[in-house]
Write a protein that binds this ligand. Structure first.
Ligand SMILES: [Mg+2]
Ligand SMILES: [Zn+2]
Length: 183
């Protein structure tokens, strides 16, 4: 079985801009390509697990989201073929518009889908995000550890994450470094 780093997207891989639907506004955070290279060298997959409620709200379409992901991959590929993302899973719903759905984090559905699609051992895998809902999603999915990054909205939840016994790291690079040590 494979193991994975599950990664929230906005505020972890790219600069948080509140409802990113325009590929031209996609800006990678510093150290992200290097972090992805590091986790791939260690034999892990990089799987994006993201809530994109802006689709339910009509702020952008799934096609726009595909274009954002394509631009992300192109930017990463410019650094190195080892820096790319292996898969993208995202929830298109928003509770205020579409009501409860089965996939939105902190529910573990997207992790389970990824695990089934890619033969991933969740108990040997990690989750990294900038919100409590990301960390609880990783915990609900049975991941080994979840880590808050202080990029994006992370700084706001620093104490809450520590109080809930989650890992905390400055950014994606530091988070991957830290989690690889406790693998
Ligand atoms: Mg985020
Ligand atoms: Zn959903």
């Amino acid at each position: 079985m494979k193991k994975a780093f599950f990664l929230d997207r906005d505020g972890v891989l790219n600069v948080e801009v509140d409802y990113l639907g325009n590929p031209d506004e996609m800006e990678l955070l510093p150290g992200v390509p290097e972090a992805l290279e590091m986790l791939h060298r260690a034999g892990f997959l990089a799987v994006v697990i993201s809530n994109q409620g802006g689709i339910a709200k009509g702020l952008f379409t799934e096609k726009d989201t595909g274009a954002v992901h394509a631009r992300m991959q192109n930017c990463l590929l410019r650094h190195s073929p080892l820096a790319t993302l292996d898969a993208f899973f995202y929830c298109i719903h928003h509770p205020a518009v579409t009501g409860e759905c089965q996939c939105r984090k902190p529910k573990p559905f997207m992790f389970e889908k990824a695990a089934a699609d890619f033969d991933i051992d969740l108990s040997g895998s990690f989750m990294i995000g900038d919100r409590m809902s990301d960390l609880f999603a990783g915990r609900n999915a049975g991941c080994k550890e979840s880590c808050l990054v202080l990029t994006g909205y992370g700084e706001k939840d620093r104490e809450k994450a520590a109080a809930e016994n989650f890992q905390v790291a400055a950014d994606l690079f530091e988070a991957v470094q830290k989690l690889l040590k406790i693998r």
